[in-house]
Ligand binder design. Structure first.
Ligand SMILES: [Zn+2]
Length: 99
């Protein structure tokens, strides 16, 4: 499984998720076949797409081929963190380290 978003059996049916075509953005800290799943964060002004979430550990943007939602688990390969997607107080998606 190349996609860092780990698929889990859905217990409830959910709205179809938007799909995304990923292209490499020059991120070179992981093996080539994984590069399109990550990009460098441009700082506080960086707008994250619905399929992107920022790793709180290494500040790399993790990208999925599908829209991310709260409860999704993602894996950050550059720092080997397992993360869970949550809805922050500001309404944006953010990732927290999963223990
Ligand atoms: Zn990371």
């Amino acid at each position: 499984m190349l996609d860092p978003a780990e698929r889990e059996e859905q217990l409830v049916t959910e709205e179809p998720r938007q799909r995304f075509i990923l292209e490499e953005t020059g991120f070179d800290e992981v093996p080539k076949k994984y590069r399109k799943f990550y990009r460098k964060w441009q700082g506080p002004g960086d707008i994250l797409a619905p399929n992107e979430v920022l790793c709180p550990v290494c500040k790399v943007v993790i990208r999925s081929t599908r829209e991310l939602r709260p409860g999704d688990r993602v894996y950050c390969m550059p720092c080997m963190s397992r993360l869970v997607v949550v809805r922050s107080v500001t309404g944006n998606l953010e990732a927290r380290v999963a223990y």
